[in-house]
Design a protein around this ligand. Structure first.
Ligand SMILES: *Cc1c(COP(=O)(O)O)cnc(C)c1O
Length: 456
């Protein structure tokens, strides 16, 4: 198994090339549990199978049993739309078995990953000393950052603290609540008007909180997943500074907007964050499994995350004079050099190309919002700040939206899902694919606009 089967290599490369050459990836409709169980039965046993047969089974039964993310027609959730360049380089990272654990083992990949992290840190306006590592996703980034927030808060209080708490809003991503649960912390819910965390609401909540001293951090979201809205980062940063709270910014989805001049101003204040998470696998055109985790002061994070073990002494002996061991900045140890596809894409295309592609998506979101506003029977829920568009079809309930969603998927028009907003069902379109066209937006909106002939 460690000898290359040239024929298999050719087949695999041919299939990858075929996939990458598709003009448009078909959306597809997902998988059927029974059929999958049946088709996978017996594939793994004590003795192996002909690789071509297994590859065929994958292509016939496994690969099509999905809803494809890398098409402009995927508008539910925040999709993953890797550039061809970054996908090709992801294959290189695998073929070269590049690890990204430590400077000792992986100085080159780590230096290149740090170069890509620098681009994001500069876009955010973080200081020159800022740094961190790439983790598997926003959830992992939030968890790792909040562990540093907790331990920093506890050590500032000399351990004299009740159960540590973190100020959050209901619009924060579900992974924040999960991270607090894992870390034994409690949320301090801050009420919001118009779904954005404001300085005043944070200040009022803290003032009313009898256990104020237990509050160690505040989480602001730069691009809420449900509505694409950005909290008042500058205002929250100020309160955090005055009150000695760790300021974490979850920009997993929205962080790409830092590169887009038309929305950059909405992020003002992010430069004051103690930690920031940005997912290149969402809106920065990188393959799955890539989130950038940045700390304003990496040594603080290192003190919390470094794993000590006699067999690991060698990786800590190396003095790299900077962020050298990505394993020191999150809860992980072994990791693949998952930031390299982004690094390669940035180096090949330049940051202007990223800016233009992100602006394209924003333009499509604004176009959709205008179209909705101008269509009888449709009501825009709020002006999009980033690339999420929420709207209502007058008189519709959950069932109607769900039928609409099912019909669009069945007809392969688009994958859209309703969400809830202030307790009401609404339609939600999330754009991240830079090749989304006005024609496609027209096509999707026409399926929900009040039909002239009265037929749904
Ligand atoms: C998607 C998202 C996350 C979670 O990121 P994963 O990469 O899915 O783990 C966290 N926060 C926000 C705001 C998100 O949009």
């Amino acid at each position: 198994m460690h000898t290359l089967d040239q024929k298999l290599a050719r087949l695999v490369f041919d299939e990858c090339r075929r996939q990458l050459s598709l003009d448009e990836v078909p959306l597809k409709t997902g998988g059927d549990r029974e059929r999958l169980t049946e088709s996978l039965a017996g594939l793994i046993g004590a003795s192996g199978h002909d690789p071509e047969a297994v590859l065929s089974a994958f292509l016939r039964d496994v690969a099509p049993a999905i809803i494809a993310c890398d098409t402009p027609r995927f508008m539910a959730f925040v999709s993953c739309v890797p550039s061809k360049t970054s996908i090709l380089f992801d294959m290189v990272v695998s073929a070269f078995s590049l690890h990204g654990i430590s400077w000792l083992e992986a100085a080159g990949p780590v230096a290149a990953e740090n170069q890509a992290l620098r681009v994001l840190a500069d876009a955010a306006g973080l200081p020159a000393g800022a740094g961190g590592c790439f983790v598997s996703g926003g959830s992992s980034g939030n968890l790792s950052a909040l562990l540093v927030a907790r331990d920093t808060g506890l050590s500032r209080r000399g351990g004299r603290c009740g159960r540590p708490r973190v100020a959050v809003t209901a619009d924060a991503h579900s992974s924040i609540g999960k991270a607090l649960h894992v870390l034994g912390m409690e949320p301090l819910p801050v009420p919001v008007h118009d779904h954005r965390l404001s300085a005043r609401a944070l200040r009022d909540t803290l003032a009313r909180e009898p256990d104020r001293d237990d509050v160690v951090a505040v989480v602001a979201t730069a691009g809420t997943t449900n509505g694409g809205l950005i909290d008042d980062l500058a205002g929250v940063a100020e309160v955090a500074r005055q009150q000695g709270l760790w300021f974490h910014v979850d920009a997993a989805y929205g962080g790409a907007g830092l590169l887009a001049p038309s929305v950059r101003g909405l992020f003002d204040g992010i430069e004051q964050a103690d930690s920031v998470v940005i997912d290149p696998h969402k809106w920065l055109f990188s393959p799955f499994d890539c989130a950038a985790l940045l700390y304003r002061d990496p040594p603080t994070a290192k003190a919390v995350h470094t794993q000590r073990a006699s067999y690991l002494d060698a990786i800590h002996d190396e003095d790299d004079g900077g962020v050298g061991n990505p394993s020191d900045y999150a809860h992980h140890l072994t990791r693949r050099a998952r930031g390299l596809p982004l690094w390669f894409g940035l180096a090949v295309h330049g940051t202007d190309a990223y800016r233009d592609n992100i602006e394209n998506t924003l333009t499509m979101a604004r176009y959709a919002a205008d179209l909705i506003t101008g269509t009888e029977g449709l009501t825009l829920v709020c002006e999009p700040e980033l690339s999420v568009v929420l709207f209502r079809r007058d008189g519709w309930g959950w069932d109607d939206y769900e039928k609409w969603s099912a019909r669009l998927l069945a007809n392969q028009v688009a994958f859209v899902l309703p969400t809830s907003w202030d307790g009401e069902p609404v339609a939600r379109l999330c754009f991240v694919h830079p090749e989304t066209t006005k024609q496609l937006v027209d096509e999707v909106i026409s399926t929900i606009a009040r039909p002239l002939d009265g037929v749904t």
